[in-house]
Design a protein around this ligand. Sequence first.
Ligand SMILES: [Zn+2]
Length: 358
Amino acid sequence: MLQMLLVGTLAMSGAQSAPHGALRAGWEAIQRGEADEAAAAFRRALAADGRDPSALAGAGAAAHLLGRDDEAIRFLKRALDVEPEFAYAAHLLGQLAYAQGDLDLAIKSYERVIKVSPGSPRVYQQLQAWKQEAALHDGFVSRPGVRFSVLFEGPAQEAIAARVSRVLEASYLRVGRALNAYPPQTITAILYTKQQFRDITKAPDWAAGAYDGRIRIPVLGALRAPGELDRVVTHEFVHALIASIAPRGVPAWLNEGLATYFEPAGHGWVQERLRAAPALIPLAALEESFTGLSGVDPTLAYAESLVAAQLLVERLGPNFPVFLQYVGNGTSLEQALLLFNITPADIEREWTRRTRAR
Ligand SMILES: [Zn+2]
């Protein structure tokens, strides 16, 4: 979940014309993380006054918690149309815009936050980082397409960009068919030097790519190892696809496991890695992004995740895409499995058997 500035919101709601009770109930539900309840309360407030900025922003925050960021962005823009100096709405809009790959809107929104509510070093630093990113991309060449738009630095990367486009198109069809899902929006892939990639993503040294609303890949010398480039591009595309099916609720082990599962390269290394490990990392410790892992070998985390994801793909069969949608809509992973008559205990047992049979 993204961080939210709640300061001032409750106070502000008192000044509005929508029913105070509904607004208060909505913001309190947001604080508790109860998105459905919050959405219902803000709907009541908007029924009374469809232009109440606090109700509009609240409806945006609730939609975000429900994983509906397109809808959230629409509500937040409306809140800012009515009340241009609404720092909370501008702050949340900036974060959601960035997560969706709209760097311009992200920058404009944070500029607005700083104008009406200066003083946060975090907001200021984030804005500077986004501006640097925009300046870097300004010098890039774009290879536009309907499904994918590839940005790269210049003629030296032309051949790599062409290969990345081809791999993305092929992954779109192959992985799309397997998961019965195709991202509706154009996906941007940006090719960097190693240094640019580290500067922008702050990713750990072992990361070969990243997805954060855009696919980002360090590609210097990539054509010397085209198989590795294809692997990384496919892997990051799968993250983009999963984000479009289930923008939230997917644990990192499932996300990374699926991305690894669909890589075109063989998975011979997985059994080897599992065999060499003195001890396994519990899956429960692999719920959050692997970039934050410390003290564990990321390859082991990927190997274990692949086994788990493959197991779920096998067990769920053609129901797998529907299962992912349930998870994305807020159903817990355990509940979603039970809907298909699969017990989490069975998955756990089988995962343990497969990872220990090393
Ligand atoms: Zn990944």
